[in-house]
Write a protein that binds this ligand. Structure first.
Ligand SMILES: C[S@@+](CC[C@H](N)C(=O)[O-])C[C@H]1O[C@@H](n2cnc3c(N)ncnc32)[C@H](O)[C@@H]1O
Length: 185
């Protein structure tokens, strides 16, 4: 049984008390559309219930230009109804992109993967992207973090070694999180 089950998202275990859609997802989608104005198609890896994808669609992105996948059967089953046909239950290590998206994002995702497979995972993200990546990187373990699936936490310099895309900008979000923008070279 997957660790990313209902209890992971709705309390008792993992990072969330109640994993429900909030307007902040639409703000994040808008932030990406503003920061990457020439990005017209969007893919989110480790998308869970597809909250950011719903944000893009509500902001006018055509449904066929958003996509996401996640290993959690529970999260994909509970995905937001508007994007239900645009999400897939799949591990990053099994994903075979059949097209590219202008912007590929991954939030609170890479730290869940084993460090020894990080280059492989990042390459799959990069192969899926025509232009940009927007990635959340966990650079420190927060005091309150009890999520045992956070298995890869390292300084930014270590994270950057896995990427062949060029870093455009990086900013510290919370004390333990770096938000990094990359472009294809
Ligand atoms: C902490 S959640 C983040 C969900 C969402 N990105 C967010 O920011 O709210 C981590 C997600 O990564 C997914 N995940 C973990 N390992 C994965 C893998 N190998 N392939 C695809 N998804 C994976 C989990 O199912 C979970 O939904």
């Amino acid at each position: 049984m997957s660790i990313y089950d209902e209890a992971y998202y709705n309390g008792g275990r993992g990072a969330y008390k109640r994993y429900v859609y909030k307007d902040s997802w639409k703000k994040r989608a808008k932030g990406n559309m503003d920061a990457f104005p020439d990005a017209k198609s969007f893919m989110d890896v480790g998308c869970a219930k597809g909250f950011i994808l719903r944000g893009y669609v509500e902001l006018g992105v055509p449904i066929e230009d958003v996509y996401g996948y996640d290993i959690s059967e529970y999260a994909i089953k509970e995905a937001e109804s508007v994007i239900k046909d645009q999400v897939e239950c799949c591990s990053v290590f099994d994903f075979k992109p059949t097209r590219q998206w202008d912007l590929v994002s991954a939030y609170d995702f890479l730290e869940h993967l084993p460090t020894e497979r990080m280059r492989e995972a990042v390459k799959i993200l990069e192969d899926s992207s025509a232009k940009y990546l927007h990635i959340m990187l966990m650079v420190e373990k927060a005091d309150w973090d009890t999520d045992e699936s956070h298995v890869s936490i390292m300084p930014l310099e270590e994270w950057l070694k896995f990427f062949s895309f060029e870093l455009i900008e990086s900013s510290r979000d919370f004390p333990h999180i770096e938000m990094a923008k990359f472009k294809r070279v």
